[in-house]
Design a protein around this ligand. Structure first.
Ligand code: F6P
Length: 524
């Protein structure tokens, strides 16, 4: 049992559960070749990878993912497996190898130029190519074959992640009909009018409905999915249960959380002040009454980084007296850089930063925006979160946004203000943030000013309320909501095919007690 020292919430008991099978495109650890020929490793830094790694460390099991590191092959056994975390082995990582062409078409093309912009309202035109679709299908089949190869038995639940792997469950079910799978869709699910852009939408939805349980971040994503399947497929729907050709799928909403205890532990541990001193030196953060704003994002057009820079610009234009005091630190993690739309947003941000620094600073190197393009390890990130007076998450559209929750988890001092876009999933839960529209630059700039001027008492009250929410629904609860929901759909009932299926479809409908969907619906 672990406790969270500073938040008044019940201790969380985590009994040991069956081992787990996680499947995702992105791997949690990457091995790289160093110039001197040695091999080094590093954890993947994204919020989702960190959250799922925490889960597998606790439960043990196997994670199957694309091996993308240039030394990944050098450390695996003859079945392409390696024990991870490399310094403290707790579970097995099985790597799948993709050719450059497979990666370009399945990951870069269909997943990230097709599905990603279809699901996010960020005004980037989705591109669908039949060659990418063919590769997406074949790579999904390869993932399914690898799972079938490794799965110890049908009783081990398989937990599939995200839009890269929509067809895995249907392929896997052909190989192992008794398998139990849940898929979590991390990004928004679009309205039917928007999904119609995707020529292969029916195949995608059929693939997803091969899972026993399908989970979305928000209730509105779940509702949109239901609207889409009703419009496009010959389904029978009974509340949250969908029957397609005799297979039933439970639909739930379950907002993802962070490993609160770990972040909280790092935040209250030793040595963070040394890390902060280093960060201050590197970022030039000196001065008595300095105000530090912070943004931490993958360099993605959905994150609203230009809008945030424009709001900082607007604030400094209206309040020139802040020029000597306000520093905005932007950490940008390069992402999907081979795609044109990503190269374009990187360039736009570079230009904006240079322009703002030229106009408001002594020089474009010494202006108010301190921009660092690199990933941060979790300790450094926590140290930086603690330095900030306010943190900005200004996505144009975001399934959840775990940076918002990580910032809150790191603020053991109950200080700092979260400025949060209403277009994020996180805004549904973190209502004590200063909620902004990234489209209203004046309103956004006013919110930044309000964050700077917020009295300490109000800051504390808001942060305390948000910490309770983030602590109360961490990544472990998120996972157990989904996996217990999956367990409750067992045993798979026999259902009648065809139009005469009765309204009360299956015995699974009797298990719709306190499922993730109910819990989330109450909140959303
Ligand atoms: O948010 C969706 C998502 O796929 C996450 O699962 C992941 O953390 C993030 O995008 C990173 O994307 P990529 O693997 O393309 O770097």
């Amino acid at each position: 049992m672990r406790t969270s020292p500073d938040v008044n919430h019940p201790e969380k008991e985590r009994p040991r559960r069956p081992r787990l099978f996680v499947v995702s495109n992105r791997e949690p650890f990457i091995h790289s070749r160093q110039p001197d020929g040695s091999v080094s490793w590093s954890p993947t830094t994204g919020g989702v990878a960190v959250a799922l790694d925490a889960l597998l460390r606790e439960r043990g099991g196997t994670w199957i993912a694309h091996g993308a590191g240039d030394a990944d092959r050098d450390v695996v056994d003859d079945r392409d497996r390696v024990q991870v975390p490399p310094d403290e082995p707790a579970y097995t990582l099985k790597r799948i190898w993709l050719s450059a062409e497979e990666e370009r078409r399945y990951y870069g093309g269909f997943a990230n130029e097709g599905l990603w912009p279809t699901c996010h309202i960020a005004h980037v035109r989705p591109v669908f190519r039949s060659e990418d679709w063919a590769e997406y299908q074949s790579v999904n089949a390869r993932f399914a074959a690898a799972i079938a190869d490794e799965l110890p038995g049908a009783s081990t639940p398989v937990f599939i992640q995200d839009y890269h792997l929509a067809l895995v469950a249907s392929e896997l079910r052909r190989l192992q009909p008794e398998v139990r799978t849940a898929l979590f869709w991390h990004i928004p699910w679009p309205h039917p009018d928007r999904l119609r852009i995707c020529p292969w939408r029916q195949d995608i939805m059929r693939g997803l409905l091969a899972n026993d349980l399908l989970a979305f971040q928000l209730e509105r994503d779940r509702r949109n999915f239901l609207l889409c399947v009703r419009e496009e497929l010959p389904v029978q729907v009974d509340r949250s249960i969908v029957n397609l050709d005799g297979h039933v799928t439970q639909l739930v909403s379950a907002p993802i959380g962070v490993d609160y205890d770990r972040i909280n532990g790092i935040a209250s541990g030793d040595g963070l002040s040394g890390e902060q001193a280093r960060l201050r030196r590197e970022l030039g953060l000196s001065g008595e009454d300095l105000i530090i704003g912070l943004g931490v994002d993958r360099l993605d057009y959905t994150k609203g980084i230009p809008e945030r820079l424009m709001a900082v610009d607007r604030l400094l234009t209206k309040h020139p007296e802040l020029r000597d005091r306000l520093v905005f630190v932007q950490v940008g993690v390069p992402s999907r850089s081979k795609l044109e739309s990503y190269a374009a947003i990187e360039q736009e941000i570079d230009d904006l930063v240079a322009d703002i620094n030229r106009r408001h600073g002594a020089s474009d190197r010494d202006g108010p925006v301190r921009y660092r393009k690199s990933a941060l390890k979790i300790r450094r990130l926590v140290a930086l979160f603690q330095l900030a007076d306010f943190c900005v998450v200004s996505s144009l559209h975001d399934g959840m946004n775990l940076v918002a929750k990580e910032f809150v988890a790191a603020r053991i001092d109950e200080g700092g203000v979260l400025v949060l876009s209403e277009m994020t999933g996180a805004a549904q839960e973190l209502t004590d943030a200063l909620i902004i529209s990234p489209y209203d630059i004046d309103g956004f700039a006013r919110a930044l000013q309000a964050a700077i001027e917020m009295p300490a008492g109000e800051r504390r009250r808001r942060m305390r309320a948000m910490r309770r929410i983030v602590a109360g629904h961490d990544v472990f609860l998120w996972a157990s909501d989904i996996l217990e929901g999956l367990e409750r759909t067992r045993p798979r009932p026999r259902v009648v095919r065809g139009p005469d299926v009765p309204r009360a479809l299956t015995s699974a409908s009797g298990s719709r007690g306190r499922t993730a969907s109910n819990d989330a619906r109450d909140r959303n």
